[in-house]
Design a binder for this molecule. Structure first.
Ligand code: PMP
Length: 401
């Protein structure tokens, strides 16, 4: 028995995908022209499938800060935050994020994945319960798997089912309720107020992952909890630098007075190398820029609404009634049609994410389109036009046909 034999069915599934030249899961970006354009397979392509929501990857101040940090401090720290891997800039970054969120504490992780892994597995231990939305990101599921708590799932965004689940749990047990602000595949938002109120009523501590809402939701760009005015009911916010912030890394913020003990006991924080100084410097500059980016935020929402409206009018089946985020998910009937559509759209010069189960909820074969604050109105119109051209080319029946 070869240990890799157990994945044969996955390999078979992949090789059965009907793509001709371009495999949706092995795309190479030959050249990045800007936040919104790249050369893929030799062709200039509009990028409409990144998480670069605020378009910060080429922010001038972030670039300059990163260059300087590279020169001053070198390419990496070569150590954990608890040994030789804490530089002054890591502390500055944590202080800036705490200030951005208006809270006492912040811990920076090497990725957002590790932030969820670390926070959930450490907070929810033996004899505790961790209550999660069924459509949670893999990092939330993996955080649950790594901890020793009992996992309780409720149907995506189903507040009534959440209450039924909470009612059954022992009153005096430790409980961590985990949800996301915006869900990354369908781009829909959580009914956070109702969820958090229930959580508090049933004695839960609450953690909200704002990975896909930080930067553009809420007046200051802190996320959905800010937007809905419910931050006071959130005990821990987790976020990432790999989306709106435009680099890599993750964080958790909280007002919990005992928060700092996590620096000693949270294994995905302790047992990995810290972020390179250039990344830290660009994150500091980018968060500073995001906190002043009211106009960019407004343009991003205009783009998202225009894209949603245009695709809906053309008759595409969209996962949300209106634009709840810069993620607009176009639903296709099956994986073969999705593959065919994705490849032909790429030939038209638009890159989006093809997202299919298990990355998506069962039954969803998606063109996950995500829009950027730096897309021009013309680019958004082009994306819509090329979606319509692609539908015609592959004879996809649209809702209004
Ligand atoms: N949470 C959610 C909801 C995500 O979608 C992701 C990444 N896709 C992460 C956490 C992990 O972020 P990172 O890329 O920083 O590891």
């Amino acid at each position: 028995m070869d240990l890799l034999d157990k994945f044969d069915s996955i390999v078979a599934q992949r090789t059965a995908l009907p793509f001709e030249e371009a495999d949706p899961f092995t795309v190479v970006m030959d050249k990045i022209i800007s936040e919104t354009e790249a050369i893929i397979n030799g062709r200039p392509t509009i990028l409409a499938g990144t998480n670069n929501y605020m378009g910060m990857t080429f922010n001038q101040e972030a670039l300059e800060a990163a260059h300087k940090a590279l020169d001053d401090f070198g390419t990496g720290t070569t150590g954990s935050r608890v040994l030789n891997g804490t530089y002054g800039s890591h502390k500055t970054l944590e202080a800036r994020i705490a200030e951005f969120y208006g809270v006492e504490h912040c811990m920076v992780f090497s990725t957002g994945y590790q932030a969820n892994l670390g926070m959930i597995s450490t907070l929810a231990g033996k004899n505790d319960y961790v209550i999660i939305d069924a459509d949670s990101h893999a990092s939330i599921y993996d955080g649950c798997a790594m901890g020793n708590a009992t996992i309780v799932r409720f149907k995506h965004n189903d507040v009534a089912q959440l209450e039924r689940r909470l009612k059954r749990l022992p009153e005096d047990a430790g409980k961590l309720l985990v949800v996301e602000g915006i869900y990354s595949m369908l781009g829909d938002s959580a009914p956070l107020k109702e969820i958090l109120e229930l959580g508090k009523e049933y004695g839960c501590e609450t953690l909200v992952d704002e990975a896909h809402s930080m930067g553009f939701c809420g007046e200051k760009g802190r996320g959905i909890a800010e937007d809905l005015g419910v931050e006071h009911m959130v005990d821990y916010i987790v976020g990432t630098f790999s989306k709106s912030v435009g680099t890599i890394g993750g964080f958790a913020v909280s007002n919990h007075p005992k928060f700092d003990v996590l620096r000693l006991v949270c294994r995905p924080y302790v047992f990995t190398a810290s972020l390179p100084p250039s990344v830290v410097a660009s994150a500091i500059a980018s968060i500073e820029a995001i906190s002043r980016a009211g106009n960019r935020r407004a343009h991003l929402w205009e783009n998202a609404k225009m894209l949603h409206g245009g695709l809906k009018e053309a008759g595409f089946d969209l996962a949300t009634e209106k634009a709840e985020s810069p993620i607009i998910a176009v639903c296709l009937p099956d994986i073969e049609t999705a593959t065919h559509f994705w490849e032909n759209l790429l030939k038209e010069g638009v890159y989006v994410n093809m997202a299919v189960p298990p990355a998506t909820p069962v039954g969803y074969n998606l063109m996950r389109v995500s829009i950027c604050a730096q897309h021009t109105t013309e680019q958004v119109q082009e994306i819509i036009t090329r979606f319509i051209n692609t539908a015609k080319k592959i004879n996809l029946k649209l809702g209004n046909a």
